[in-house]
Design a protein around this ligand. Structure first.
Ligand code: PRX
Length: 673
């Protein structure tokens, strides 16, 4: 006997859905129609010469000088790539560079002082604009304050903040003094913060009192304080007062008020520290196969060059643009494409604090119209929600300022692509569907919008200089149209250099599967399935490891499982991703209780609460399925594939190899109820 409790459901469509279910659209989708970028776009594009692919091939790895040339170096690099210690590749060696200088000072020095750098929109309608001059001023003040608190070069500073301007300011202040930052997504729990601070041995935390969500003031400091209680080392904390009188907070020992610090150091000037190209710019913890998050290490020269190059070549950003990446800075997308890429190019980057449906479902389109946004970059999960809400929301706004659209984070289904193209881009904006990862630092597979045709659903060919191939289980070629595994067979400047304090895990996780170590041939394995078509376009099929992608957020099933088995009364748990029409994947938790425990609603609440405490609400299970047994092979391995099929409502595959085939039907029945 199994029983199921369903969690929170996605919002129901409030209208007919506006999804254009007309015959014409069906015919276009069925025909697999492709689209050329409009001539007017191509003419003005930063990159519009198809020869670029060949040029990069012929001139590899020196082609990457084009990326490095987008930066101002204090000291020129001597070598583009050093591979004598592969897979510990080193890029632009001998070069000296500072990320804060490249994102701020050099624009101020070349006439950009009064150009808007960050345009921030608060959830309640407040706005703030920082020019490059303003941003430099505050970054210098805060960098001085951090130094005064004791932050030295190479100390890891943890930033646990929502989408407020002080977050990029703190990132750039850290970069200025050569202190790597480790941003922890504000939606993560206190435990998740503590795990990351301990792993990085971080003795500094910048956080805030709270922030707004759907009009409510949320207490963030409480979570930060709770997290700090789990941190082994002493920590100096800085608190941004985001909510003012709305939420009073007290500063304890070793806690400092951000505004006071900035006021005390106003007008200070701090020389940007000259960093070796290979010095760490930041750490970003991401989910992997085990319960322990991986500290992905990115460097100053290679990462920044790559972020700037892809922002230039793929997002077509120009200094005079207003550019909006509607991601959260707590994830890699925000690092590369809200902060570092756009600011390195001297453009105006937008930041929005709130959610897309508050106060109304046209909030993003309202902001887009108001700010005359030229380029908009978001995730398929958001697009699927917009589709559900209906086309009348974008139709009520003037979106004609848009020139280019982008998506990232998960596969985009052709229907969502088409909706985005028609209703947001007005049929006139190219779309770049960009495949990449926390580890890759920047985009790897996508069309160049000024060069290639677009095929809805396929990310595109690998970018110039990137050697991505789809292979079979033993690394052999896969015929076009067939599914295989994605591999990257040459290094690139934005690549992670290692996992923090864990070189062995770095090699084991990414380089073991397809490399020929004896021949010193190293192949990076991103753990994604993919297929290739005759034109070399790659369609990403999703993760092939124990990582699931929920609303574009990367979660490790093992992390969720260990949270669930930590709940009193739970004996065993298996977590998988089930198909979800808005989120892409939803978390399904199959739970075995200890003898004598009842599968009650309160047990379910404790399980959901346990996951929220360990990770955060983003990992909350959509469904908790109580079962006396999990389907296992004769050797005792849980058959996850079957559990996924059940969660996705798919036809069940072969069960005869199971030790306990009868349990499958029971589980499937109760999920279907
Ligand atoms: O499965 C791929 C999916 O997101 C994973 C990386 O997640 P994360 O490190 O959190 O970075 C997300 C933002 C770059 C990948 O392994 N993914 C990312 N972009 C796409 C995608 N899947 C399909 N299409 C994409 N455009």
């Amino acid at each position: 006997m199994v029983s199921i409790f369903m969690g929170e459901q996605p919002p129901e469509p409030t209208t007919d859905g506006g999804t254009d279910s007309g015959e014409e659209l069906e015919a276009r989708l069925a025909a697999g129609e492709s689209y050329d970028p409009p001539e007017s776009f191509v003419e003005q594009a930063n990159v519009n010469d198809p020869e670029i692919y060949e040029e990069f091939e012929e001139n590899w790895p020196d082609c990457w000088e084009r990326a490095a040339d987008l930066l101002t170096w204090f000291e020129d690099y001597e070598t583009v790539l050093e591979d004598d210690d592969a897979p510990f590749y080193r890029w632009f060696t001998g070069g000296e560079v500072n990320a804060s200088y490249n994102c701020l000072d050099r624009h101020v020095e070349t006439g950009g002082k009064n150009r808007a750098a960050i345009k921030w929109e608060g959830e309640l309608g407040e706005t703030r604009t920082y020019t490059y001059g303003d941003l430099l001023y505050e970054v210098e003040a805060f960098a001085t304050a951090l130094r005064d608190l004791g932050v030295a070069e190479d100390d890891v500073v943890t930033l646990y903040m929502p989408m407020i301007p002080e977050l990029p300011i703190a990132m750039l202040a850290c970069a200025r003094i050569g202190a790597p930052h480790s941003v922890v997504f504000a939606g993560f729990s206190a435990d998740a913060l503590a795990t990351r601070m301990n792993a990085a041995d971080s003795e500094y935390l910048v956080t805030c009192d709270g922030y707004y969500r759907r009009g409510d003031a949320l207490n963030h400091k409480e979570k930060a304080d709770k997290g700090l209680r789990g941190v082994e080392q002493d920590v100096e904390t800085v608190i941004v007062d985001r909510l003012g009188d709305e939420l009073n907070h007290f500063l304890g020992e070793h806690a400092h008020d951000y505004d006071e610090l900035v006021r005390a150091h106003e007008g200070a000037s701090v020389e940007p520290v000259s960093r070796d190209a290979e010095d760490m710019l930041f750490l970003m913890y991401t989910s992997g196969t085990t319960g322990q998050p991986k500290g992905v290490k990115h460097t100053t020269g290679g990462y920044l060059s790559y972020a700037a190059w892809t922002t230039h070549a793929v997002l077509d950003v120009k200094p005079e643009d207003t550019y909006w990446c509607a991601a959260d800075i707590g994830w890699i997308t925000g690092h590369s494409y809200i902060v570092y890429g756009p600011l390195a190019l001297g453009t105006t980057t937008m930041m929005y604090e709130g959610t897309p449906d508050y106060p109304e479902k046209d909030r993003l389109w309202e902001l887009l119209e108001k700010n005359d946004v030229d380029i908009f970059y978001t995730a398929p999960t958001a697009i699927r929600a917009f589709m559900k809400w209906g086309k009348q929301y974008p139709e009520g706004r003037d979106l004609s300022s848009l020139r280019l659209l982008g998506t990232v984070g998960e596969p985009i289904n052709p229907r969502a692509w088409q909706w985005y193209y028609d209703h947001i881009g007005g049929g006139e904006c190219p779309i770049v569907d960009t495949w990449w990862q926390t580890e890759t630092g920047g985009m790897m597979i996508t069309t160049l919008p000024g060069v290639g045709e677009m095929k809805p659903g396929a990310a595109g060919p690998p970018l110039p200089g990137i050697d991505a191939q789809v292979v079979d289980a033993v690394g052999g070629p896969v015929d076009p149209g067939n599914a295989g595994y994605l591999t990257v067979r040459r290094p690139w400047p934005g690549m992670l250099r290692t996992l923090y304090n864990n070189d062995d895990r770095f090699i084991n996780e990414y380089w073991r599967e397809y490399s020929d170590e004896d021949a010193d041939e190293w192949v990076y394995f991103p753990e994604d399935g993919a297929k290739l078509d005759e034109d070399g376009y790659i369609t990403i099929l999703g993760r092939v490891d124990d990582v699931i992608n929920v609303s574009g957020h990367r979660l490790g099933t093992m992390e969720i499982e260990s949270a669930i088995v930590g709940v009193d009364g739970v004996a065993e748990a298996a977590v998988v991703g089930g198909d979800h029409d808005v989120k892409g994947n939803a978390v399904y938790a199959y739970v075995i209780l200890e003898d004598g425990q009842d599968p009650t609603e309160s047990m379910r609440d404790r399980i959901v609460g346990g996951v929220e405490d360990a990770i955060g609400p983003i990992a909350r299970p959509e469904a908790v399925v109580f079962t006396p047994e999990l389907p296992k092979t004769r050797s005792g391995k849980i058959m996850r594939r079957l559990l996924e099929d059940i969660a996705s409502g798919e036809e069940l595959g072969e069960t005869s190899t199971l030790r306990n085939p009868e349990v499958v039907e029971d589980i499937a029945e109760s999920v279907g109820e």
